[in-house]
Ligand binder design. Structure first.
Ligand code: ASP
Length: 539
């Protein structure tokens, strides 16, 4: 019996839980012989079990249809704002939850994992993030070299609106990297919740013995609007490790952050039920707002197609393949479990805003343990941006082709490396990647004016980009879970078995979330104690 329970626990934590939900009526088929279920009843049960996924995916489709219909009504600017209000509300709700979620999950996550295991887990995660981002960059470059989106005969009128004013200010590459490091170490934690550092050049007059008074441009670090999530992550992790070092004295605070985190996740499960409505209006209002979609597609269609093709290859082939090679499990079952979060990423264009729902999805549908998901996903949502790296590479090659600047091998390698690095610096917010694209253009000496073209279609490219960004994080969490399960079963690597919670021996209490309660009941029905075994397999 003990062996069987371990298998169930392992199964639930390796991406098959979602499949069980589809295949095992009431979670008991395969254990007890029951009469075959009528088709209508089976369909009803599947629909009920996957209600949220069905609602969220339908929301995207209905949103497109509503958007196309409402476009004809030629709404005024004010009416458009009112129309988009339900979508704005979803973004506000998700943003509200980011800081408590990230800080509490990382403090309690870092405090509950043995420092050695923490280093090991973090190291593997970083390696996975780095390799997949590099692969994604390479796909972007290859796609752009094959499709040649910028080689339009006679210019194709592509350079028509290069004069747009909202182009991000270009900075020296070194300043961009220094800003990244400055943000890792915020000088003020409170302001890090809504401000980050970005250097801007200012002229300074210096007296020179030979030339008299000279004017030089000097970079100054200035605070700009936008949450410094990187700084918060680093502080929360360091604080968690410090709490663990305190031993018994730190217990109360660890429990405090743990409880705070749990309560936040309950709030997330409530927000999830509002997500379909919000997503529907986000998509619809974006379509209503667009000036001339047809014209944009006609002139920049090849560029859009190139980015979307790169994202599809990475998201549907490469990431699943990597997952399959290591785990030998069906990656598409894993992907199915993420549908709600992926639709949210598509609707919001923000990895940070998708983070709460992604945590819920990987934990409840794909059986990733809380200790892994709440530790890895906030980091992934901030530093791992496969989709951004891919589209940045396409954009850089596109701009080079547009200006008829041939790229040599060294420049292509520079694009790959800087795209990987600049995707780390990109914030998980809409158009976060376009802002750091200037770093790549500067590094290879390409004109930054053409960024306006990229901005013009970023509202669509950014959606598939964000989907791939969050998908990469989720696969990273799934792989880590697999390694932790495997090592704890085989007992090969002692340190990884040290992943433990603050209340190891306490019975698992159900969270008061409708989704989690359902999962718990199912697991109890499969095998009493299977849930606690899932926990054991992580420890
Ligand atoms: N919107 C993307 C994200 O939130 C970032 C980007 O623009 O590349 O992941």
């Amino acid at each position: 019996m003990a062996e069987k329970i371990t298998v169930e626990g392992g199964k639930a934590s390796n991406g098959d839980a979602h499949l069980d939900e589809l295949a095992l009526p009431n979670g008991v088929a395969g254990h007890k012989k029951s009469p075959p279920e009528p088709l209508a009843q089976r369909l009803k049960r599947i629909a009920r079990a996957n209600l949220l996924v069905i609602l969220t995916v339908s929301a995207v489709i209905v949103g497109v249809l509503i958007g196309l219909a409402v476009r004809n009504a030629a709404l005024t600017k004010t009416q458009q704002i009112y129309f988009g209000f339900p979508g704005e509300l979803l973004i506000r709700l998700l943003k509200m939850i980011i800081i408590p979620l990230v800080v509490c999950s990382l403090v309690s996550g870092a405090a509950s994992i043995d420092p050695k295991a923490l280093g090991k887990l973090g190291g593997w995660a970083m390696l996975f993030f780095l390799v997949t981002t590099l692969i994604s960059s390479a796909i972007g470059v290859i796609m752009a070299l094959i499709i040649r989106p910028g080689s339009v005969e006679g210019g194709g009128g592509l350079k028509m609106d290069s004069g747009e004013s909202n182009i991000p200010e270009s900075k020296e590459v070194v300043d961009s990297f220094l800003d990244l490091i400055r943000n890792i170490f915020p000088s003020n934690l409170v302001s890090a919740a809504f401000q980050s550092v970005s250097s801007t050049s200012d002229s300074v007059h210096l007296s020179d013995k030979r030339d008299g008074l000279v004017c030089v441009q000097v970079p100054f670090g200035t605070d700009v609007d936008g949450m410094n999530i990187l700084g918060l992550i680093v502080f929360a992790m360091a604080f968690g490790v410090a709490l663990r070092k305190l031993g018994d004295e730190g217990e109360i605070l660890i429990k405090f952050f743990g409880a705070f985190n749990e309560a936040t996740m309950v709030l997330v499960s409530w927000i999830m039920w509002y997500a379909p409505i919000g997503i529907m209006f986000l998509v619809a209002s974006k379509i209503v707002e667009m000036d001339d979609v047809g014209n944009l597609f006609a002139s920049l269609g090849k560029y859009i197609a190139c980015c979307v093709a790169g994202h599809l290859v990475h998201g549907l082939l490469i990431l699943p393949l990597i997952y399959f090679i290591f785990t030998r499990k069906n990656p598409y079952t894993f992907l199915t479990g993420l549908l709600t979060a992926l639709a949210t990423a598509f609707g919001t264009s923000s990895s940070s805003a998708t983070l709460p729902l992604m945590m819920k999805c990987v934990e409840e549908n794909n059986g990733v343990s809380k200790h892994i998901s709440r530790f890895i996903l906030p980091i992934g949502a901030t530093v791992n941006m496969d989709g951004a790296a891919c589209f940045q590479c396409v954009a850089a090659v596109f701009i080079a082709q547009l200006n008829e600047i041939p790229l040599n091998f060294v420049q292509i390698i520079t694009i790959l490396v800087t795209a990987t690095a600049s995707s780390v610096g990109a914030a998980g917010i809409p158009a976060g990647g376009v802002l750091t694209l200037a770093i790549i253009l500067e590094a290879v000496g390409l004109p930054t004016n053409d960024l306006s073209l990229i901005l013009a279609v970023d509202w669509i490219v950014d959606r598939t980009c964000t989907v791939i960004n969050v998908e990469g994080d989720a696969f990273g969490a799934g792989l880590l879970q697999y390694f932790v399960d495997r090592t704890s079963r085989g007992g090969e690597v002692a340190e990884l078995n040290e992943v433990r919670t603050e209340d190891d021996d306490a019975p698992v209490k159900p969270e008061h979330s409708p989704l989690i309660e359902k999962r718990d009941t199912e697991l109890q029905e499969i095998a009493p104690g299977a849930r606690s075994c899932e926990k054991e397999s992580v420890m």
